[in-house]
Structure formats: C-alpha cells, structure tokens
Write a protein that binds this ligand. Structure first.
Ligand code: SF4
Ligand code: SF4
Length: 455
C-alpha cells in the first residue's frame, strides 16, 4: 500500500519530469511507488569512457545521498546502498567518510567488469538475489536508481527544480574532452564545439560520427544537430571508418547474411552472456541457430531473446567471427513487444551459474578490444556548462507515451516552465523549458525555444 510519504514524493517526482537517467528513461514516479527493503544508488558507470556519474559523485555527492534517503524513506526501505567501482578511489574515500555517520546506507565497491551497472547484476552482486525472468528488481525487494536520478530527486524536493540539465561526457576525437552539464535540447554540434571541435580540423558531418550514449549500448547518430535529451549520457566522436562504428551501422540483412555463412555455433556468445550467467534461459547461440535456419516459428529459444539486456558483450567481445547476436536480439525483442508478448512474470527462480565469477569480462580488456584505450586515458575537463540560444525539446525522452505540448508558438516561456504534459492515464513524463525564451516551433514531437540575442 502506498503511504502518504511515498505518494507525496512520487507526485513531486512526476511533476518535475524525472526519469531514469541511466539510459532507459523509465518514469521514476512509477518506479518509486512500490515498497521495498533495499534502495541501490547505481554509480557503477557501466560503459567505458563515460564519467558523468563519477563527476556528480565527487562534485555533488550530498545531493545524491539526500535523494537516496528520500527514496528510502518513501519506500520504507531499511537499507540503502551506494554502489561505485573499486577503481574510483577518490570518490570511494570521500563517500566512505561521508557515510561513516549515516545510518542505514553502505558503500559497495564493485569490481571493474562490464556490464557492472546492469541493474539485475547490481542487485545480485549486492544482495545475492536473482531477479526472476520477466521480472524487475522490485520482485526481490529492491529499487535501483542511477545517481543522477537521485540528484534530480533531491533538487526537485529541496529546490523545487524540474529536470532541465543533463550531465554527459563528450569525448573521443574532440580537442578538449569534457564532462559537460548540458541544457536539455542543446544540439550535439554545439556541445562538441564547446569541447574544441573535432580533432585535426576534420569535418563532423563527413569524417566522423557521434555515438550517443556509451560505446557499447549507444546509438550511432549521423545528424550532429540532434538535441540532448534527459537520457544522453555521452557523446563519443569516432572516425566513421572505425570497426566499432562500421559494425554498429551494418544493415540487418548483412548481419543475417554474415551470420548464416559464419556462425560456427561455438557457443561463446552464450558462455559469456551476463544474463545467461545470472541463471536465465537465454542462449544467444541458439537464437542465432534458429535465425540462421530461417525458422519462422518463434520457438522458446527465440522468445527468450526478451531476456536480453542488449549489453552488446556478445558481439563486441565474445564472438570470434564478429557476428551480432545482440542486434539480432534487439530486432526480435522489438517484434515481440509489438506483438504484445510478455514473458510470464516470475517464470522461474533462476540460480546464478557456477562459472559466473570467472567469466565476468574486465572493462580494461573490453576497452582494448574495442580500440578505445587512447580515449580512456585522456584527461577530462570538468565544470563545462552550455549556454544555448536555441533548444529543441523532444516530447519523447522516456519510456511510455510522448508528452503533449502545452505551449503555443510565439509565447514567452521561463526556464523550468512546464511545456509538455503526460497524456491522461498513460505512462510518460513531463517536459520543462530548459531556457527562458520564445517558443518558435511546436509540433507533436518537439518544442523549440529561442532566446533573443543578449537575452
Ligand atoms: S559466438 Fe558467434 S560464432 Fe559462436 S555461436 Fe555465437 S554468434 Fe555463432
Ligand atoms: S546483448 Fe548478448 S551478451 Fe548481452 S544480454 Fe544480450 S545476449 Fe547476452
């Protein structure tokens, strides 16, 4: 039963447009509405090259801890855990000191493996509980929130501030790699410009691509004028000719054709799959076999693609033939979701497989395999804040239905003002103006705000 405290917090979080900042964008007011015994703050910074969580934890750890306490109080959780990687020694020292006097919250230091930030893995590492197939952490009494989400919750409650900024890492082939606090809706081009532009005077439009997010799970974006959303964790600028980029942009027909001619059924993709190792009945090699044989009937092996986290470890690290089980799974998942398929919740009580501990993939090794170590070693400038004259705010920056614009073209809006509302009785999140200015364009998908010169 929701308590008065949980209802109050959920209402504030809904009003301020807070969504899971780790990448999935699930509306947070729904996630924090269930009672649980453990709240986990996810500061694992899963993917190589990203540093926004570490920055936030060093610069503003008190707001993260305050957000964690608020969620614990509202969900009735007796235990809070702040999880970061062991390698973050500076943050660990600061947080250990801060949490020494804090009752009910522990610091948990994770080994540096990929994908340590997958919330199912995090729950297992911290509590020893395995989320049932088709289930969520709440099914085993846990709620996991990214540290930026908790920071946003604290700002919403303590400063009445909606989500209008996003901490992101802009790195790769840029002159001054940086951690940037970006106004939501700022263009990728503007942020890359703030980071000195592309190295060697090359053209962003022709020679390079941007990966929005981390190098493994992020999407290749070819339009540099794409706007930052609440979910943009990183902008990684890479040469268009780089293997990682080429693989990410292969058309599905090519992926299937290559798989048919080259998949040797070695099973490495399954043996290293983090979800298989957690005990799930997910066998990417069997899915590949089914697809290669062109079987139309969605047998169980195929249906189990729904259990895939899309971490991309199978295609970037495990497969010796350079094939892409992860992208095949993504397409199958999309089709299954479109067809309304849901795995029966709690279908099994998985038990983590014995070899799991020995098959975790160290992040350093992954970084070398992806040829990203030169970028990993670069020093990041911090404290960069955007100052855009124009922002493009997408109405869909979250899981669920797009928000409905509630402003008209030509009106003046103030920073923080509501511009997109959740459709009645639907899953979604509100959108707020990230700068003050005039609304210069509105349609069902976006609101553009432009600030006068000198404004
Ligand atoms: S690792 Fe590659 S080659 Fe081996 S079974 Fe999986 S997809 Fe096929
Ligand atoms: S992307 Fe590959 S490795 Fe990751 S969960 Fe899915 S099948 Fe397993």
């Amino acid at each position: 039963m929701p308590t008065a405290s949980s209802t109050r917090l959920a209402e504030t979080v809904r009003e301020k447009g807070i969504v899971g900042a780790g990448g999935a964008g699930f509306p947070t007011h729904i996630k924090i509405s269930s009672p649980c015994d453990t709240v986990i703050a996810n500061g694992a910074e899963c993917e190589p090259l990203l540093a926004g969580d570490r920055y936030l934890l060093l610069k503003d750890y008190r707001s993260v801890i305050s957000g964690l306490k608020l969620v614990m109080e509202s969900t009735g959780a007796r235990k809070g855990v702040l999880a970061i990687k062991k390698k973050e020694t500076e943050a660990a020292t600061v947080l250990e000191e801060e949490l020494r006097e804090t009752e009910g919250i522990d610091l948990f230091l994770l080994d540096n493996f990929y994908p340590a930030g997958d919330e199912f893995l995090l729950v297992y590492e911290i509590t020893g509980r395995v989320v049932p197939e088709g289930g969520l952490p709440i099914n085993v009494g846990c709620i996991v929130q990214n540290v930026e989400t908790l920071h946003n919750i604290s700002r919403a409650v303590e400063h009445n501030t909606p989500v209008t900024r996003r901490t992101l890492t802009c790195t790769g082939e840029v002159k001054t790699p940086s951690v940037v606090t970006a106004h939501i809706g700022t263009s990728f081009r503007e942020i890359i410009g703030l980071c000195g532009g592309v190295t060697g005077g090359a053209s962003l439009d022709e020679d390079y691509v941007i990966i929005a997010g981390g190098p493994l799970m992020g999407e290749v974006v070819t339009d540099p004028d794409t706007p930052v959303t609440k979910l943009t964790t990183g902008l990684i600028v890479l040469p268009a000719s780089m293997d990682l980029v080429v693989e990410k942009t292969l058309p599905m027909e090519t992926i299937i054709r290559r798989s048919r001619s080259a998949c040797c059924q070695c099973t490495y993709c399954t043996e290293l799959c983090p979800r298989y190792l957690l005990g799930y009945e997910l066998y990417p090699h069997k899915i590949m076999r089914q697809v290669n044989l062109g079987l139309e009937e969605p047998e169980e092996a195929i249906l189990n693609a729904i259990l895939c986290s899309e971490c991309a470890l199978c295609e970037t690290y495990a497969c010796p033939m350079g094939l892409s089980p992860s992208r095949v799974n993504r397409v199958i998942k999309m089709k299954l979701k479109e067809a309304g398929y849901k795995p029966p919740s709690g279908r099994s009580s998985p038990v983590a497989r014995d070899m799991r501990e020995y098959r975790r993939v160290p992040s350093e090794r992954l970084t070398v395999r992806l040829k990203l170590q030169q970028y990993e070693e670069m020093r990041l400038r911090e404290g960069v804040l955007t100052d855009p004259r124009r922002v493009e705010l997408l109405m869909k920056q979250h899981t669920g239905e797009p928000a409905i614009p509630v402003v008209k073209q030509g009106v003046q809006v103030e920073e923080g003002q509501l511009i997109g509302e959740i459709p009645d009785n639907r899953l979604g999140a509100r959108v707020h103006a990230s700068i003050s200015g005039k609304v210069t364009f509105v349609d069902g998908a976006r609101v553009i705000i432009t600030r006068e010169a000198g404004g």
